[in-house]
Design a protein around this ligand. Structure first.
Ligand code: ZN
Length: 371
């Protein structure tokens, strides 16, 4: 059984240096981790199109997920996707749209055990265009680049410079979506490429941002990629895939012989957003959406995923949308969008407080290959 301990100061601060200690069957490994708390974002200008029709989103997400998970066409996981523990030993936590989340007793990872088959998913994504819509809406593109992608690119740069004392030259973004991060990196003068298997994402990226993404499966077509990338990023990717460990193993193969950094952003289970969604399982459109997020990480399970793929964790970043979630859930429950207008002023400061208390719904870890 894996176990993680953290040495940290009492004070809530925007930045800290901590020691994270991994122990497993007599093995002990220490990681020195620079932690950043918080990421200011004008969430309502970004998500405005979503609050306009939140009720329509709920109806669409609920009916599509309920139908998919009620079908017989499900694949049943035999092992924990992170530590390979027998999936029969996992404990059921709660269900969203007929899909129970389970927790692994060995590494603490959360996952959906019975997932729609590959065929069912291809049919779903082929006929349902709304999944990419939030990310690919033209109206929000510039806001998304400046408020979401650019802070990530700058954080990536500063972590690389801290670690290696120089700037990275080549960046590879895996699961690049609609190309925002690659675009932001190029604005900073970096050589950035992206791979994306979704055709609609690649089309948008080309048409709107003039960024050509490559149609490459990162696990099975790794040999098509250059081995001189300095940074490999997975922004909101490994929670969607059946084999997150294979993604990190592939990143290790590309980076192991260089001054390389791997970065992964994932949804985080232990947060205010999850405890809220546990009470509102019938109106979830993000975070614990069991179709997109078949994996939900704990600090331990993400750290274990890095440790077991021979990476040393060097940085972490905590932020989220928990208070936005609270405000939209209240507005939806009361069927009154004025609540959003009245309460949106709470979002920036309350979210910042949650982040400093390490109780927010997203996290990013950066790591370098162990030598
Ligand atoms: Zn596990």
């Amino acid at each position: 059984m894996t176990n993680w301990t953290r040495l940290t100061s009492f004070e809530p601060q925007a930045k800290k240096t901590e020691t994270w200690i991994y122990t497993n069957a007599g093995t002990e490994k220490k990681h020195t981790v620079d932690v950043t708390f918080g990421k200011p974002v004008d969430i309502l200008s970004l998500k405005l199109n979503m609050t306009e029709d939140y009720a329509a989103s709920v109806a669409q997400v609920k009916s599509s997920r309920t139908a998919l998970f009620a079908s017989k066409d499900l694949d049943h996981l035999q092992q924990c996707p992170i530590c390979n523990e027998d999936a029969d030993r996992a404990k059921e936590i709660f269900s969203v749209y007929g899909a129970p989340y389970f927790q692994c007793p060995s590494c603490s990872h959360y996952f959906i055990k019975a997932r729609p088959s590959r065929e069912a998913l291809e049919h779903f994504y082929g006929s349902d265009k709304s999944y990419q819509k939030t990310y690919a809406d033209r109206r929000t593109t510039e806001i998304r680049v400046q408020q979401v992608a650019m802070p990530k690119a700058l954080w990536m740069l500063s972590q690389y410079e801290k670690e290696f004392g120089k700037k990275p030259v080549r960046i590879l973004d895996v699961g690049a979506g609609s190309g925002h991060f690659v675009y932001a990196c190029r604005q900073l003068g970096l050589q950035a490429d992206g791979v994306e298997i979704s055709e609609s994402g690649r089309d948008f990226s080309k048409k709107v941002l003039d960024v050509e993404l490559r149609n490459i499966d990162f696990i099975t077509e790794l040999d098509k990629l250059s081995t001189d990338y300095d940074v490999i990023t997975f922004w909101g990717v490994i929670e969607h895939v059946p084999h997150p460990m294979k993604m990190l193993a592939a990143a290790y193969k590309l980076l192991s012989k260089r001054d390389g950094l791997v970065i992964a952003e994932v949804p985080r289970w232990d947060c205010f957003g999850s405890s809220l969604q546990e009470q509102f399982t019938d109106s979830i459109v993000r975070h614990l959406d069991p179709l997109g997020h078949i994996n939900c990480f704990t600090d331990s399970s993400l750290a274990t995923a890095f440790q077991h793929n021979q990476f040393n964790i060097v940085s972490a970043w905590y932020f989220g949308m928990d208070i936005y979630e609270l405000v939209t859930q209240l507005a939806y429950a009361r069927k009154d969008n004025k609540i959003i207008e009245e309460l949106k002023r709470l979002i920036p400061t309350m979210q910042e407080d949650l982040e400093r208390a390490r109780f927010s719904d997203e996290m990013v870890f950066a790591a370098r290959p162990a030598r």
